[in-house]
Design a protein around this ligand. Structure first.
Ligand code: COA
Length: 322
């Protein structure tokens, strides 16, 4: 009998502190109405001084473990997506493994910017399908607030902090129907986060803040996500009407609306969290999935399309029978 991956638990964590558009408009030349109309965002969460990618991941992970009704020791692998790790090494996944008290599992990070959790899901799915692992914890955890230039109105309005988790277990029936991941490195200049300590001498003066040409990113994102919808449906021999829920990366409401339109879907079938979370990068899709599972919107047996787009550019999707 074939192995499939199935979602057995989800979790999410958002830091307590809320930073509203109105607060931002006191420090940069912007307004609540401009931000809301162009992005759909009203506020975002900001990690406290005691918090980081690993500590937030732990809270999300424990929720997913509790929902699945397993013990941390049952986990065979932790695959954690982050662009804002506590340390370059050890990986945040290793820090999380220690926090969860797991001695025997493999743990490693994946870096694919905002697409990271879709990439991590795809890797986890391969391991489960091939029978290597039975239970894999996938996490996206980000403290974007620490890599945002709070004087740059083009980027500081967009990002927020948080962590999302999904636990995959092995099953005789799907589960994850397919995953699709892609990269195209030619767009480095449109969206990047410098790493000053390791930068080439020519770039050493670039501060470690997100650098983005938003309007150009927007256009590529809309086109690319349209293509991944087609690719995913085609691979599964499905029609647009077969999809019950769209769980998109939460970058901009207008990007989400474009993808929903491509799917001929009403926005009621799209899970939107960005109004009070902003873009939490690799955490956003898993946070949205967790929210819609926990509030009962997503029901067992329904077909859910997860998708994301991020720096690289990277992009991907996962089609799941929940
Ligand atoms: N408040 C007020 N005005 C702002 C502003 C802000 N926060 N940010 C930019 N502007 C101004 C610009 O300076 C520009 O002014 P000008 O016409 O006088 O030159 C004008 O608004 C339009 O700027 P533009 O960049 O074309 O706006 P936009 O409609 O593309 O919206 C983003 C900007 C960033 C909201 C939008 O491009 C976006 O969301 N892009 C995608 C980003 C993304 O998703 N990144 C992550 C990918 S994972």
């Amino acid at each position: 009998m074939a192995n499939h991956s199935r979602v057995i638990g989800t979790g999410g964590y958002l830091p307590e502190t809320i930073r509203s558009n109105d607060e931002l408009s006191q420090t940069v030349d912007t307004s609540d109405s401009w931000i809301f109309e162009r992005t759909g965002i009203k506020s975002r969460r900001i990690a406290g001084e005691h918090e980081g990618a690993a500590s937030m991941a732990e809270i999300a992970a424990r929720q997913a473990i509790a929902m699945a009704g397993i013990e941390p020791e049952d986990i065979d692998a932790i695959i954690l997506a982050t662009g804002t790790p506590d340390r370059v090494y050890p990986s945040t996944a290793c820090l999380l493994q220690f926090r969860l008290g797991i001695k025997q599992c493999v743990a490693f990070d994946v870096q694919a910017a905002c697409s990271g959790s879709i990439f991590a899901l795809s890797i986890a799915d391969q391991y489960i399908k091939t029978g290597v692992y039975r239970t894999v914890l996938v996490i996206g955890s980000e403290v974007c607030s620490r890599v945002v230039d709070w004087t740059d109105r083009g980027t500081c309005i967009l990002f927020g902090d948080g962590a999302g988790a999904v636990l995959l277990g092995v099953s005789d029936t799907p589960g994850i129907l397919s995953t699709h991941i892609h990269s195209d490195g030619q767009y480095e200049d449109l969206l990047y986060l410098p790493n000053p300590q390791c930068a080439l001498p020519a770039n050493v003066d670039e501060p470690g803040f997100i650098n983005m040409r938003g309007n150009e990113v927007f256009k590529v994102a809309v086109n690319t996500l349209g293509r991944i919808v087609d690719e995913t449906l085609e691979a599964n021999n499905m029609q647009k009407s077969d999809i019950d829920w769209l769980v998109p990366h939460q970058a901009n409401i207008r990007i989400i609306e474009a993808t929903a339109k491509k799917l001929k879907m009403s926005m009621q079938q799209g899970v939107v969290t960005l109004q009070d979370q902003g873009n939490t990068s690799s955490a956003s899709v898993l946070l949205a999935l967790n929210e819609a599972v926990r509030d009962g919107r997503i029901q067992r047996g329904q077909v859910v399309l997860l998708e994301a787009f991020g720096a690289g550019f990277t992009w991907g999707s996962a089609l799941i029978k929940y």
